[in-house]
Design a protein around this ligand. Structure first.
Ligand code: 8BR
Ligand code: GLC
Length: 495
């Protein structure tokens, strides 16, 4: 299909999704929200940071590949790895020393809402959903201020043992600290030199230093759990933040109990509305035991939909025992559409999902279980809508309302994405997944699944990259649910 036709499809999809959104009653969004301290790194910043260390020691630490940040050298090592590959990563730190060190040696440009659930809640509220119920177990007064003040954005608050929905700014817990993450954003083409090795940063991306204070727990207050019916009516739930679960806590508790409780919440939500759809948004999870537990115990069999980027596909496949496929997804990166497609199909099967949405720079793939109530055209509209949201977010940094979302339509479709799809066409037609014509529409028909693939819009010089994946997954999942509700409403209306 010509690029111009895809541009037109983006416009048509945007209008049609906006029409469907009012059919939704509401969305529940939990758990992780935090303040993001964002710093855009310049070449001077990087040279200054490198200059604080012995370069040979940085190299040694790079080879050790730290999975936690315990000292500034760990941070430098993971930053240089992320920049060299242009790959996003999120690394936990359990000490506040790193926060102080970054404040003293780097500083930040601005602070904004962070955490997948925080970003998604604000976005959905701005897209004018009737009701967005956010739930953050550690909602502090300071964090609450980062939620948009809108009538449709509410948070459960326990008052005299009763749960009521209130604006987050009135629902915070007193006496709780704030979780602040550092987001080190870097741009394509930056030149870096360390220990006589030089490289050029291949693409815009970021490293996240994720603070994990001792009190941080992925859990739901007992009262809120007991009275979960108070957040209804809702049509869907977008859940994220499981990566903060630790294998063991100082008080002797272990990850198993948090996993069990997370599943109980999911099962209760589904029991309260059997048609409710649950989406989990994955992220970088350094600990392999936790990564595997999240996938096999929380996601598998319990949730319907999974959203993730290419690195996360590789990481998920790896802990599920598909090392070779994982390696080929990671090795070929953005060009490895074939491996990415095979990997996403594998995740759909291994985790018994209805839908796996993979976003990559320049194209998105969504694998669907056969028999989904929406047509592939309707799924394609959902993805196209999310591509417009992603480009609006990349372009403006934030989407404050529908007119700001629409700005995304002005961003051109990625030429690299279109080229990537052309390479994939031969494979798909050769394997009889589709005819040439079907491929032009982005529709694939596998033996045990269907799939939709679209080229996406990409902003040449993004304001920031953090949170774009969340906007993509939230946009597409919400658009899909809205369309399902709209179809249902139209079908039951008397003629
Ligand atoms: P994660 O946050 O889950 O890593 O997702 C990032 C996604 O943001 C990528 O998959 C890509 O689709 C999108 N993205 C990035 Br990174 N840079 C972008 C840009 N400049 N314009 C549009 N989308 C972008
Ligand atoms: C993770 C990070 C958070 C960031 C978000 C963006 O949740 O912890 O800091 O805002 O990802 O997707």
């Amino acid at each position: 299909m010509e690029i111009q036709e895809w541009e037109q499809h983006h416009i048509d999809a945007f209008c049609s999704v906006i029409e469907s959104i009012p059919y939704l009653d509401g969305m529940f969004v939990a758990y992780n929200s935090n303040i993001d301290a964002i710093k855009h790194l310049t070449e001077a910043d990087i040279s200054k940071l490198i200059g604080l260390f012995n370069e040979a020691e940085i190299q040694e630490r790079i080879e050790a590949y730290p999975r936690e940040i315990n000292d500034p050298l760990d941070l430098m090592a993971r930053l240089l790895i992320s920049m060299r590959e242009g790959k996003a990563a999120e690394i936990p730190t359990y000490t506040s020393d790193i926060h102080e060190w970054l404040k003293g040696h780097l500083g930040f440009d601005y602070a904004c809402m962070g955490g997948q659930a925080g970003i998604i809640s604000n976005l959905l509220a701005c897209l004018e959903l009737k009701k967005v119920v956010a739930y953050v177990p550690w909602l502090s007064q300071e964090l609450a201020e980062y939620f948009v003040a809108a009538d449709n954005l509410l948070h459960p608050k326990v008052e005299d043992g009763r749960v009521i929905l209130k604006p987050p700014q009135e629902a915070f817990k007193p006496d709780i600290g704030s979780k602040v993450n550092w987001i080190l954003e870097y741009s394509r083409d930056l030149q870096v030199s360390c220990n006589e090795r030089k490289f050029t940063v291949p693409r815009d991306n970021r490293l996240i230093i994720s603070s994990r204070p001792k009190w941080l727990r992925l859990d739901m207050d007992r009262d809120v759990y007991e009275q979960l019916d108070s957040i209804f009516p809702i049509d869907g739930a977008m859940l994220s933040g499981y990566q903060i679960i630790k294998e063991e806590y100082e008080d002797g508790s272990t990850y198993e109990q948090y996993v069990i409780r997370s599943v109980q919440v999911i099962e209760k939500l589904k029991a309260l509305n059997p048609e409710l759809r649950i989406h989990v948004e994955l992220t970088s999870i350094q600990n392999r035991v936790i990564r595997k537990a999240i996938l096999t115990e929380i996601v598998a069999k319990h949730v319907h939909s999974l959203g993730l980027d290419t690195v996360e596909v590789a990481n998920a496949l790896n802990v599920l025992g598909h090392e070779e496929l994982s390696y080929s997804v990671i090795k070929k990166e953005e060009n490895g559409i074939i491996s990415l497609y095979q990997g996403a199909v594998q995740l759909l099967k291994d985790l018994s999902l209805e839908r796996v949405h993979v976003h990559s720079l320049g194209f998105y793939i969504c694998i669907l279980e056969k028999g989904h109530p929406l047509t592939l055209k309707e799924h394609r509209d959902s993805l196209l809508f999310s591509s417009t949201l992603a480009s609006a977010k990349a372009f403006k940094g934030n989407i404050g309302d529908l007119s700001e979302a629409e700005v995304g339509l002005k961003v051109p479709i990625s030429v690299g994405g279109i080229e990537g799809l052309d390479n994939f066409k031969l494979y798909c037609v050769g394997r009889r997944l589709c005819t040439e014509e079907e491929f032009e529409y982005g529709y694939l028909y596998g033996p045990d699944h269907d799939a939709v693939i679209i080229p996406s819009k990409v902003v040449d010089k993004p304001k920031a990259t953090v949170g774009i994946g969340d906007a993509i997954s939230a946009g597409a999942f919400t658009a899909m649910l809205a369309r399902m509700k709209q179809k249902k409403a139209i079908n039951v209306l008397p003629m």
